[in-house]
Design a protein around this ligand. Structure first.
Ligand SMILES: [Zn+2]
Length: 411
């Protein structure tokens, strides 16, 4: 019993005057219970002023905290925490060394949960830890927010804004990325102007300045562009390649759907729709052959595909002059292609010509735009298991925030 109780004390990181009074297994509840007490004549630092003060009674009820499993059984720590009578502050409640205020979990459990959450999808983590999503989300948010709020943002000069949703079409969030450091610095609810304003607030609360932001890359969203202009007035606005391509592939898909509706054989085109999304130079010989046959049967989709291909040529330009020329050519081709969705896409591109062309202004912007989308996608995949904004946000931060977490390491 002696060795076991020493182990339990170590797992709770207890030190005198705290000690494990007893531990037992409850066969009915299938759980381990540990009771922690303090020595009768213990002296504590007053939680308010830090002066030494004598124990003076206990809180009226026993409290319980979930601790890490013990011999595969969920383990609970119970304690009636002491009070002290401080000469300066009067009667004060002392917190247990293993607790974080307002949490029903021990610090070690929280540290362990953070370790598991970093590597394992939420649902599985929830099962392994025998802990529901709400509790996991609140543990995660606490430690992540604590670290995120401490980040020094004074060097942020190039931002990328992106929007993502928990599920397709559901509750959007705005993600702000330090484009040079390649890390998420803020996640805000919604994709509105207010969300961009909130990004500025965080930036300035943590040492940064909106006036230091020289470039902001984003999609073509009607709320981002004017908001960036208002809140980051010094920044050059850039619409990145990924989002331009998205406009064209969406148009291509519409052309394909329309053509599918016009032909007798609807199956083949649907079956090979992915092939029309594949870049020419990424196709195998077999795929190329099939593509040639298909493009004879479905000339409209094939034409739209060639336009999307031409976008890659535009982005391969190395000078602004060259890119400008290519843009004009691409635009007039799209306008004349007799494919309604592509003609509309051309108008969208023209409306954002300036921001699209800004991509070619400096190589740095160019380079940092790459990879940001994959960062967002990776974060989003991991965060998807969370149904609340707080959980979703915390997971994005955990995956892509490069945070220095100070949750206690369980081992
Ligand atoms: Zn005091």
């Amino acid at each position: 019993m002696m060795a076991a109780s020493l182990q339990l004390e170590a797992s709770l990181q207890l030190e005198e005057p705290w000690y494990v009074a007893c531990a037992s297994f409850d066969p009915e509840k299938q759980q381990m219970d540990i009771w922690v007490k303090v020595r009768d004549h213990a002296v504590f630092a007053c939680p308010r002023c830090g002066l030494q003060a004598k124990r003076y009674g206990y809180e009226p009820y026993e409290r319980s905290w979930r601790h890490a499993d013990c011999l595969f059984f969920p383990c609970y720590v119970h304690c009636q925490r002491p009070k002290v009578l401080c000469g300066k502050c009067g009667l004060q409640q002392v917190n247990a060394p293993f607790e974080r205020q307002n949490s029903r979990f021990t610090l070690m459990f929280e540290g362990y949960a953070m370790m598991i959450l970093a590597d394992i999808p939420r649902r599985k983590a929830s099962r392994l830890l025998r802990c529901n999503e709400k509790s996991l989300a609140s543990i995660l948010s606490y430690w992540v927010n604590r670290a995120a709020d401490k980040q020094d943002l004074s060097n942020v000069s190039k931002l990328a804004l992106d929007e993502t949703s928990k599920r397709r079409g559901h509750q959007y969030v705005t993600i702000a990325i330090d484009a040079l450091e390649h890390k998420v610095i803020d996640v805000e609810d919604g994709r509105t102007k207010q969300a961009v304003a909130a990004v500025k607030v965080r930036l300035e609360q943590q040492g940064g300045s909106a006036d230091n932001i020289t470039a902001v890359t984003s999609d073509m969203s009607a709320s981002f562009l004017p908001a960036v202009k208002e809140y980051f007035p010094q920044a050059e606005q850039v619409i990145d390649k990924f989002h331009v391509k998205q406009v064209l592939t969406k148009a291509l898909d519409e052309v394909r759907k329309n053509e599918q509706g016009e032909v007798d054989d609807k199956k083949t085109l649907f079956q090979y729709r992915k092939l029309f999304m594949t870049r020419d130079d990424h196709m195998s010989e077999k795929q190329k052959h099939r593509y040639r046959t298909l493009s004879k049967t479905y000339p409209k989709t094939a034409r739209a595909h060639r336009i999307v291909e031409a976008l890659d040529i535009f982005y391969a330009c190395t000078t602004v002059a060259d890119a400008s020329k290519r843009f004009k050519e691409l635009y007039s081709w799209m306008r004349r292609c007799r494919l309604e969705p592509m003609k509309n896409a051309a108008v969208t591109l023209m409306n954002h010509r300036k921001e699209i062309m800004n991509y070619f202004h400096d190589r740095l912007t160019n380079a940092i735009c790459e990879g940001i989308n994959s960062l967002v996608q990776a974060a989003k995949r991991k965060a998807r298991g969370f149904n609340t904004f707080e959980g979703f946000k915390a997971m994005i931060f955990l995956v892509a925030g490069k945070l220095e977490l100070d949750a206690p390491a369980p081992f």
